[in-house]
Design a protein around this ligand. Structure first.
Ligand SMILES: CC(C)C[C@H](NC(=O)C[C@H](N)C(=O)O)C(=O)O
Length: 330
């Protein structure tokens, strides 16, 4: 079985000045995952490391560079899932760590639980010896700027100090498009095992304690060796309503190709709940797709020593892994 890795760096609108950085970030992550798979590593290790590299990259809304909640703090969600036994681990509303995806893996492997939240997740991280970082270390200039902009827009839009519903909870597609950079990966390894991983800072100005799709099994991701693996991004509340990752795999179980299944699932999210987003998917036989209903989604994949990547609908740039390694300077 030839291994395949696919990664995404978030859906939404990617402004021109962020295109190169985003493309570079997903390329680097896909190459990292590929290098693990190529030397016989597991799909789980490949998706974890691919996501971890993007959590360190302030380009993305995950780990360092996460967007800020209503109090100006970073609270992150992540999930990892093993298609072999349907085991998964997740964390939600977790602070002060750079790699929520690694903590999710520890939840999967070192506890009898599937999801740890907030203080409990942090206590567990401490018990596992995960390094803690000050909250400010996770805040990038860009996320701080965006948070301030967001507060201004909201205060202009609501001149009276009456309690307003938290705007991030309203699926306004225009509003939603501003936050971007959730990261994810899916892979199938040389033994035919599939896995997925997703990590995010969520949505700007979200309520303290808000948990999104990325921590929820079937929503932010799902992996089953009998079908394939999916990682999603987009408006979390909409993704949760349609259980987007599992819905995509359901369509594949019914005989659709990964691309058709992704389109069908994203289309029902749009028509049924007016939600926008994107996803990456790989089947257990190594067919893959990267689809989105937002304006952009950065993604990259390596299969057969060829790297493909894109940001806009229909765009696919291709180069050999060797060339790509040269272009990222390693
Ligand atoms: C706003 C959308 C289109 C951008 C997207 N956001 C997420 O994926 C947020 C995550 N699913 C959640 O709800 O917590 C991104 O960061 O790329």
């Amino acid at each position: 079985m030839k291994p395949v890795i696919v990664v995404h760096g978030g859906a939404g609108r990617i402004p021109q000045e962020r295109e190169d950085g985003s493309r570079l970030g997903v390329t680097r992550a896909a190459l990292k995952g590929h290098s693990i798979l190529k030397r016989g590593g597991s799909a789980l290790d490949a998706v974890e490391e691919a996501v971890a590299i993007m959590e360190e990259d302030p380009q993305f809304n995950a780990g360092i560079g996460s967007v800020l909640n209503e109090k100006g703090e970073v609270e992150m969600d992540a999930i990892i899932m093993d298609g072999q036994n349907l085991g998964s681990g997740a964390v939600s509303a977790v602070k002060n760590i750079v790699h929520p995806i690694k903590l999710s893996r520890l939840v999967m492997e070192k506890t009898n639980h599937m999801l740890l939240t907030d203080q409990g997740a942090l206590d567990f991280a401490r018990a596992m010896g995960v390094p803690e970082v000050p909250g400010e270390k996770l805040i990038s200039d860009r996320s701080l700027e965006r948070w301030k902009e967001y507060l201004e827009t909201v205060s202009k839009a609501t001149p009276t100090p009456v309690p307003v519903p938290n705007p991030t909870l309203t699926p306004n597609p225009q509003e939603v498009q501003k936050d971007l950079g959730t990261v994810g990966a899916v892979a199938v390894d040389s033994t035919g095992n599939v896995a997925c991983a997703t990590s995010t800072g969520g949505l700007t100005n979200k309520r303290v304690g808000r948990v999104g799709d990325s921590a929820c099994i079937g929503c932010g991701g799902y992996a089953d060796n009998n079908i394939g693996a999916v990682s999603t991004t987009g408006h979390g509340e909409s993704i949760m309503k349609v259980v987007l990752a599992r819905l995509t795999l359901y369509h594949m179980e019914q005989g659709m190709s990964p691309g058709d299944a992704a389109d069908a699932a994203l289309n029902s999210m749009k028509t049924r709940v007016e939600g926008l987003g994107g996803l990456i998917v790989v089947s257990n036989s190594g067919d893959w797709a990267a689809r989105f209903s937002t304006e952009n989604m950065s993604w990259a994949t390596v299969k057969d020593d060829q790297l493909h990547c894109g940001i806009s609908a229909g765009e696919i740039r291709t180069q050999s892994v060797e060339e790509a390694l040269g272009s990222i300077g390693s």
